[in-house]
Design a protein around this ligand. Structure first.
Ligand SMILES: O=C(O)CCC(=O)C(=O)O
Ligand SMILES: [Fe+2]
Length: 360
């Protein structure tokens, strides 16, 4: 069918009961149209795979611990991304959250809207992001704080007294990912020659850690729409779960888009803007996006890890450069950066950190 005809199709999966949307409402500006498809992968050209098999956190002098820390830092420098296997999160925890989130997204819109995002609380469920006006994401989104209380409240609003399956799955998953996040942050610090607790000493409170589930419905016009446009993650570290469908693409050092092949039982780990600044640009926060496909729903779950709001993001002496400008960024607190982010509707590409650059 011609794109013009497809554009007239009604998009039930992303329409609210009082707001009917058609494919044409989701067509992006032509310069953003993806040239590679959700399942275009290049053999031998993908982000590194790192295994935590045999890692003992309490034996930081061991050769294997040091080798894996080094490979994490190298991946963070070169790609900003890696796949993590043998990560120690129980398969049933991952299975459970995937099943519960897919069931949630399968509900009728009216029921999902009981947990809808409101002006007061910019979290909860939303179909796309209508307030962007144009370049609308082809995605349903559920965002919640790492707060068992908020998760329970949300589950009860959607499911009434049947709330426990979703809230239990989410609370368990968040706890497991907090633990994994600490291990990774310790290993990155160690690999950079910093005290192992250099980052994690600010991470005992989880007030600003967020879970975001994205479900991308089948799209009749995937070469003109995007699930999520090109962006970098503003937080410190992202641990992303993606199903087997494919759609995550990362921009490499040659500015080309690269499809990330789904790998069973793995997570994708990527460096956020805050960690790039904290490490004086040693670790890179890299632009990525999600493309959609004609046939299948795709689920991804991003866990955005952050320090507490009062943490000062400031380059440690070990990572300063020689020469007249030893640091690239002015110090800032995560809380201040986060407040700025919340004011913006959308951050395109990699622009959020620029105002802290010493030499813009
Ligand atoms: O769906 C994906 O693979 C990417 C999700 C993502 O980048 C995000 O939620 O920030
Ligand atoms: Fe992202």
């Amino acid at each position: 069918m011609e794109p013009q005809n497809l554009e007239e199709h009604y998009v039930e999966s992303l329409s609210y009961t009082d707001q009917k949307l058609h494919v044409k409402n989701f067509v992006w500006s032509a310069d953003e149209w993806p040239e590679i498809k959700h399942d275009d992968f290049t053999d031998g050209d993908d982000i590194p795979v790192i295994s935590l098999g045999g890692i003992d956190r309490d034996d930081q002098k061991s050769a294997v611990y040091n080798r894996v820390c080094q490979s994490m830092v190298e991946a963070g420098q070169k790609w900003g991304f890696f796949k993590l296997v043998d990560h120690g999160v129980a398969p049933e925890i991952v299975e459970d959250i995937s099943v519960c989130l897919n069931k949630f997204f399968d509900l009728q819109m009216e029921q999902k809207m009981n947990g809808g995002r409101t002006e007061r609380l910019p979290l909860g469920y939303s179909a796309s992001n209508i307030d962007y006006g144009h370049n609308l994401p082809w995605a349903e989104i559920l965002q919640l704080l790492q707060s068992p209380q908020q998760v329970l409240e949300f589950s009860k609003r959607v499911y009434g007294d049947q709330y426990q399956a979703l809230s239990n799955a989410m609370i368990r998953y968040m706890k497991a990912l907090d633990e994994l996040g600490i291990i990774i942050m310790e290993m990155l610090a160690h690999g950079l020659g910093l005290a192992t607790d250099f980052f994690t000493r600010y991470m005992d409170e989880k007030e600003a850690t967020i879970i975001r589930a994205n479900r991308y419905p089948p799209c009749p016009l995937p070469d003109r729409c995007l699930g999520l446009g090109s962006h970098s993650d503003p937080h410190t570290l992202t641990i992303l779960l993606q199903d087997e469908v494919g759609g995550l693409q990362v921009r490499n050092n040659e500015n080309e888009w690269l499809g990330i092949r789904p790998l069973p039982n793995s997570f994708i780990v990527n460096i956020g803007d805050t960690l790039e600044a904290w490490t004086n640009g040693r670790l890179k926060s890299v632009v990525h996006r999600a493309v959609v496909n004609e046939e299948r729903n795709r689920l991804s779950v991003a866990y955005f890890i952050s320090p507490k709001s009062s943490a000062v993001i400031e380059t440690p002496p070990e990572l300063m450069d020689s020469g007249p400008t030893p640091t690239k960024y002015k110090p800032f607190t995560w809380g201040e950066f986060r407040k700025e982010l919340l004011k913006k509707k959308r951050v395109v590409g990699k622009t959020a950190l620029h105002r802290y650059l010493i030499n813009p």
